[in-house]
Write a protein that binds this ligand. Structure first.
Ligand SMILES: [Zn+2]
Length: 217
């Protein structure tokens, strides 16, 4: 482990700031000219720690470093009680690996997660006599994701509880809806083709309609 004092870290941060202002093709050389071997080692270790979810609370829970009220654990996932519950029984389900958002989830884990959400929902329904369950999952800061580690909130619901998941509708014209439908359908062709086991030529029509509802009722 490269050990730097707080003062040395401040000096290093200033040097890194200066280097980041250089043109990209000069940055690599500047790192070796301006930084000491200890400073370079320190930066590398920080990067590795970030890649492995260093400082991430959900990684800490998955690795058993942060105590939690564990509900379920297997090789790939942990489920535990939220420490800021919306209702009693509010459970978080997260992959053990530091995967930031849903679209980065590998296929084998993606198919497993639906089964886990179903089974945990069933357990929570029974355990707290829930009248409903909301499943909330956010991707990206704009969506309200606070920690960049994929997590599903399984929230038991009760009549007149204090959970608020409402939004204001956005007014779109028929043309805008059709245009958006077309763009998403185009993207969806990729995995539709993969699901059928045959890659589609880019200009081909899908063999089956994409399983999305278009605009309209
Ligand atoms: Zn993490």
């Amino acid at each position: 482990m490269a050990q730097l004092t707080e003062e040395q870290i401040k000096v290093l941060q200033l040097k890194v700031q200066e280097i980041s202002k250089l043109p990209p093709d000069e940055q690599q050389d500047a790192i070796y000219e301006k930084l000491t071997p200890e400073e370079i080692e320190f930066l590398k270790e920080q990067q590795t720690a970030r890649g492995q979810g260093g400082g991430c609370p959900f990684c800490g829970i998955a690795q058993g470093k942060i105590p939690t009220k564990m509900i379920y654990e297997d090789n790939d996932f942990v489920a535990f009680l939220s420490k800021d519950p919306a209702n009693p029984g509010h459970t978080l389900l997260a992959p053990k690996e530091h995967i930031p958002i849903l679209v980065k989830l590998p296929d084998n884990l993606a198919s497993k997660i639906t089964v886990l959400l179903r089974n945990l929902s069933a357990a929570i329904f029974d355990a707290v006599n829930a009248q409903g369950i909301s499943i909330v999952q956010q991707n990206g800061q704009a969506a309200g994701q606070a920690v960049p580690h994929l997590v599903f909130n399984i929230i038991p619901r009760f009549d007149n509880d204090k959970v608020n998941l409402e939004w204001e509708n956005t007014a779109l014209t028929e043309e805008q809806m059709t245009e958006i439908q077309g763009r998403i359908r185009e993207q969806a062709k990729k995995f539709e083709a993969a699901a059928q086991g045959t890659p589609l030529p880019s200009d081909a029509k899908p063999k089956k309609p994409v399983k999305f509802r278009g605009p309209g009722p």
